[in-house]
Ligand binder design. Structure first.
Ligand SMILES: Nc1ncnc2c1ncn2[C@@H]1O[C@H](COP(=O)(O)OP(=O)(O)OP(=O)(O)O)[C@@H](O)[C@H]1O
Length: 244
């Protein structure tokens, strides 16, 4: 990688409860690219994202984000985080939620309707957020993350529960943002989304199993699709672990 990473994770250790979730993770995320974070359920994707945005207590190692230690106050407006559970107010309208977040990050009011439109909720702008469907609710969260046009987007399964047309539109938007210089770290369980990333990080049990381009992953495994490629990588890692 010839540019300075947007995210550098160096020997990161995270313990949650009595579980060592990330034993000693080292990886990096390039700037202005879409990096997909993949791995079996419970492999530590959300934990890593939480550490990147500075809301996860860590017990070793270091994370640098846009040149600053993760969680620095100076990163607050530069990095937006969309969690899996929609973190929006249910008792106000969609537009009021997005306007509130716009105000927090100093975004112009005009951006509110633009991002509501981008996430496909224009027809629901005045609807009470608590009456939306699950997929619509998570799009409100996404709109709140997008409204400040941050330098970095950390998105935890942003397309879960969305229909194929919307997923395609959201990915077109992510690609356009990356082309304009935004760094995107996005987790997903949908394997066809892996192909839309520039770079992939595959985790298993809190360890990095592979980091490569989508084409590199397919070439390395000799597989034709990502489902098969990831299964092959996970199984090879499991076998290597069992033999160690
Ligand atoms: N508060 C907690 N206390 C103890 N263990 C936790 C806590 N939160 C998460 N864990 C454990 O940490 C591990 C990693 O969880 P994490 O949510 O990071 O996984 P994930 O890869 O994002 O999973 P998924 O794909 O299902 O969202 C899991 O084994 C989970 O049970």
């Amino acid at each position: 990688m010839d540019s300075i990473p947007a995210i550098s994770v160096d020997h990161l250790r995270v313990v949650r409860g009595d579980r060592i979730v990330l034993p000693e993770l080292t990886c990096s995320v390039p700037p202005g690219r879409v990096t997909g974070l993949l791995g079996p359920s419970g492999s530590g994707k959300t934990t890593l994202m939480r550490a990147v945005v500075g809301v996860q207590r860590t017990s070793g190692g270091r994370i640098t984000v846009l040149g600053e230690p993760a969680g620095s106050a100076s990163l607050r407006h530069r990095v937006a985080y969309m969690t899996q559970a929609a973190s929006v107010y249910k008792d106000i309208s969609v537009r009021e939620n997005v306007t509130y977040f716009a105000r927090l990050v100093g975004a112009p009011r005009s951006r509110t309707d633009e991002v509501i439109d981008q996430v496909g909720l224009a027809a629901h702008a005045r609807q009470l957020t608590g009456t939306l469907s699950g997929g619509q609710l998570s799009r409100v969260s996404l709109a709140c993350a997008l409204v400040g046009d941050p330098e970095m987007l950390v998105l935890d399964e942003p397309t879960v529960g969305q229909d194929p047309v919307l997923r395609r539109e959201l990915w077109t938007d992510f690609r356009a943002r990356a082309a304009a210089g935004t760094t995107i770290l996005v987790s997903s369980h949908v394997m066809d989304e892996a192909a839309r990333c520039d770079e992939l990080l595959l985790l298993r049990e809190g360890r990095l199993v592979a980091q490569d381009t989508p084409a590199g992953i397919l070439a390395a495994t000799g597989c034709e699709d990502f489902d098969a490629a990831f299964l092959a990588l996970i199984e090879a890692d499991q076998t290597a672990g069992a033999g160690a």
